[in-house]
Each structure stands twice: as structure tokens, then as C-alpha cells.
Design a protein around this ligand. Structure first.
Ligand SMILES: Nc1ncnc2c1ncn2[C@@H]1O[C@H](COP(=O)(O)OP(=O)(O)OP(=O)(O)O)[C@@H](O)[C@H]1O
Ligand SMILES: [Mg+2]
Length: 251
């Protein structure tokens, strides 16, 4: 479902992504971890072309783009790439003056020209799915952070993405509101959604991720099955990141 080969991105003279390779099967849940500033958000943003990578190739589902080529300037192609993913941000980015229902209906109505009644019905179904049918007519300011983030998830799902990219979806939330968002994401994972998730919540990663990718210095430093990466980390940088000491000769 996802294939990234040799992805590079610089900001000015700073190389943020220095040849990222990543493959992910449909239905696979991958947690992306790494120190602040290592390029996790930039990588997610490159995947839907919110940031333009300098070189490397991307394939999402059946859409393939080689960065840095004339083909990568093709707007229609970028649009197709973007349609493969839904993105969930740390700050929910809802339209403040619209209700939950209107937020979820927005893109199907105006991008896909879905008829109003159909968009409304679909949006209600999605709000039910994230446990918010009774909040459909509330504005974001009338919702808790956890509820706003669930609306944002419903909104992303409204465009029927094949892949959900989540950038620290719970880090702006109080601990007691996190669990409701995490359980929605966990149920999407169970349903077989392909999830690429930047998170600092290692317990959550343990629960739902099939695999963990650890990025440092713009490269994938360690990757593997979740338990192996988090519980038996080999790489010294990863051990340091996880707050474990260096391995010594006596263990
Ligand atoms: N638009 C931009 N212009 C210039 N530099 C940028 C831009 N966006 C990101 N950067 C830089 O790129 C590096 C990676 O940023 P990024 O946001 O991807 O890190 P991150 O791993 O998501 O960090 P965090 O865990 O703190 O969210 C940082 O040094 C950041 O300052
Ligand atoms: Mg980030």
C-alpha cells in the first residue's frame, strides 16, 4: 500500500529526510517514533505532498510519483496521490464556525460534489462510528478536545482514504481524553485500515502497531515488529531514545 524509496527533503541547507525507505502492506499499522525534530511530521507531509520532497519515489496504492521530475509537477497526479490518504493532525484543524456534521460533510459536498442528502447521511454514519451521533450539531468550541479529534477522524474518513496518516493525534489532549481517540484508532486498525501513526505513546504503539519505525538523523535507524523494537532494542540510539542504558558486556 505504501512504498517509499530514497526519500530526501531539505529545508535550506538542512537535510531533514536523508534517504527514507519504507514499505507497508495494506492493513498494516506502523508507529513512527523518533526524537523531536527528526522529521516525522515532514515525512507524513511529504506522503500527501503537503511538502514537496526533493528526490526519491513514493507509491501509495496505485499512484506512483518520482520526486524531482517534471511528472511530479502534474497537479492531477498529486491530487490522486492526496486522495489515497486522510490526515489527522495534533491540532484538530476543524472549521470553527461549522458544526461537527458540517465539518464531516464539507469535502464530500464540495470536492466530490456528493448530493447534500447523501453527504449528510454518510457524515451521520461516520459520527456514529466515532461515538458522536449526539454531538452532530455542536460547533468545535462546544466539544472537548477528544471529541474534536474524533470529528477530525470522521472528516478524514469521509473521503474514503486507503491510508490514514496520524501526526501525534493525542498529544494535545489530557490523559483522560486520549483513550477515547485511541480506541477509535484501535477499532479502525482492527477493521483493516492502513495506519501510519506518529506517536510518543509507546503503550499505545505496543497495543495496536504491527511494526515500529524509528527515525533519527533523517534516516530509518531501526524497524521491526513492535515488541522486538520496543522491548529488545539493539541500536544504541534507539536504546537511548527509549531511556534505556547502553548494553554492556554483562547485559
Ligand atoms: N517549513 C519548514 N521550513 C524550515 N524548516 C522546517 C520546516 N518544517 C520543518 N522544518 C525543520 O525540519 C526539521 C524536522 O521537523 P519535523 O516537524 O518534521 O520534526 P518532527 O520529528 O515531527 O518533530 P516533533 O516530534 O517535535 O513534532 C526540524 O528541524 C524543523 O525545524
Ligand atoms: Mg512533528
Amino acid at each position: 500500500m505504501i512504498e517509499i524509496v530514497g526519500l530526501r527533503k531539505r529545508f535550506g541547507s538542512v537535510t531533514v529526510l536523508d534517504g527514507i525507505d519504507h514499505r507497508q502492506e495494506a492493513g498494516e499499522v506502523v508507529a513512527l517514533i523518533g526524537p523531536s525534530g527528526c522529521g516525522k511530521s515532514t515525512l507524513l507531509r511529504c506522503l500527501n505532498w503537503l511538502e514537496t520532497p526533493d528526490s526519491g519515489s513514493l507509491r501509495l496504492g496505485d499512484v506512483r510519483i518520482q520526486a524531482g521530475t517534471p511528472q511530479a509537477n502534474d497537479r492531477a497526479l498529486r491530487q490522486r496521490l492526496r486522495r489515497r490518504t486522510g490526515m489527522i493532525f495534533q491540532q484538530f484543524n476543524l472549521f470553527p464556525h461549522r458544526t461537527a456534521l458540517e465539518n464531516v460533510m464539507e469535502a464530500p459536498l464540495h470536492v466530490d460534489r456528493v448530493p447534500d442528502a447523501e453527504a449528510r447521511e454518510q457524515a451521520m454514519n461516520l459520527l456514529s462510528k466515532v461515538g458522536l451521533a449526539d454531538r452532530a450539531h455542536h460547533r468545535p468550541s462546544q466539544l472537548s478536545g477528544g471529541q474534536q479529534q474524533r470529528v477530525a477522524i470522521a472528516r478524514a474518513l469521509a473521503m474514503k482514504p486507503q491510508i490514514l496518516l496520524c501526526d501525534e493525534p493525542t498529544s494535545a489532549l489530557d490523559p483522560e481524553l486520549r483513550s477515547e481517540v485511541l480506541s477509535v484508532l484501535a477499532s479502525l486498525a482492527t477493521e483493516g485500515m492502513t495506519l501510519l501513526l506518529v506517536t510518543h505513546e509507546l503503550d499505545f504503539a505496543r497495543d495496536i502497531a504491527h511494526r515500529v519505525v524509528f527515525i533519527d538523523g533523517g534516516r530509518v535507524v531501526a524497524t521491526g515488529p513492535t515488541r522486538a523494537v520496543l522491548d529488545q532494542p539493539e541500536h544504541p540510539r534507539l536504546r537511548e531514545f527509549l531511556g534505556l542504558g547502553r548494553r554492556t558486556a554483562i547485559g
